[in-house]
Design a protein around this ligand. Structure first.
Ligand SMILES: [Zn+2]
Length: 246
């Protein structure tokens, strides 16, 4: 059986068994196997890879392996210093929109609070998640490595932390989103867009204390939930201070 030498860099090591992390290792590969299949068989889902070099040359996922090939795989944050055009990096997205796996509900509402367009329903199955990600060019966030290995998934990231606030930081870091946070833009309940609304038109829907204390209101265009600057805004500002590097 042909042998190839692999070296994974940075956060790609998270997917390897400990004995293969941060070192070069030799591994048998099927004759003429695609590099994508060989790498995924070692545990690394393709959407996490930003650059692939074989014997020093940049290759695409379709590259077929040969005996004694030497493969270097880089994640997003590790590759910029390397002077090679990537043939695996997907087209940059004009804006970052997400679809989240069913167990990431808390992360979904935090990301919406920060203004991001996030599809999330607790009954989406794996087929639906992969299809939405593929058809709408949404970044699939999940902790399910098998789901990220599906070939139709182009934009995806495996959320590492189990803590929702740490997950927010991970996503903001990975996709460089610290500068694009926009509070009071999206409804954390349903992802609808918020629009300012005149107080007198919604006066009758407000609790007494809120009517007396607050003057700037926003209404969700989809579910009609009301938000107001003051209580909600304060909470959002606190979150932003926790999550965002200014
Ligand atoms: Zn809503």
């Amino acid at each position: 059986m042909p042998q190839a030498v692999f070296r994974f860099y940075g956060s790609l090591n998270d997917f390897l068994i400990p004995a293969r992390r941060q070192i070069e290792f030799s591994h048998s590969v099927k004759d003429r196997a695609s590099i994508k299949d060989a790498i995924e068989a070692l545990g690394v889902p393709h959407p996490e890879i930003d650059l692939l070099l074989v014997n020093g040359d940049s290759v695409s996922f379709a590259y077929r392996l040969h005996n004694r090939d030497s493969i270097s795989a880089y994640p997003h944050s590790e590759s910029p210093e390397i002077d090679a055009i990537s043939y695996v990096r997907p087209k940059p997205l004009a804006n970052h929109r997400f679809v989240l796996d069913v167990h990431l509900g808390k992360l979904a509402s935090y990301l919406r609070l920060l203004g991001f367009d996030v599809l999330y329903q607790n009954d989406y199955d794996d087929d639906v998640l992969a299809q939405i990600s593929s058809q709408q060019q949404r970044i699939l966030l999940t902790q399910d490595i098998g789901l990220l290995k599906r070939s139709i998934v182009i934009y995806g990231y495996r959320v590492r932390s189990s803590n929702p606030k740490a997950q927010v930081r991970e996503v903001l870091d990975r996709f460089s989103l610290h500068g694009t946070v926009a509070p009071l833009k999206r409804c954390p309940r349903c992802n609808g867009l918020l629009e300012p609304v005149e107080k007198q038109t919604i006066d009758h829907r407000l609790p007494h204390f809120t009517r007396l204390s607050y003057h700037e209101f926003f209404e969700c265009q989809d579910c009609s939930q009301l938000y107001w600057k003051g209580a909600h805004h304060g909470r959002i500002q606190q979150l932003i201070e926790q999550f965002v590097d200014r």
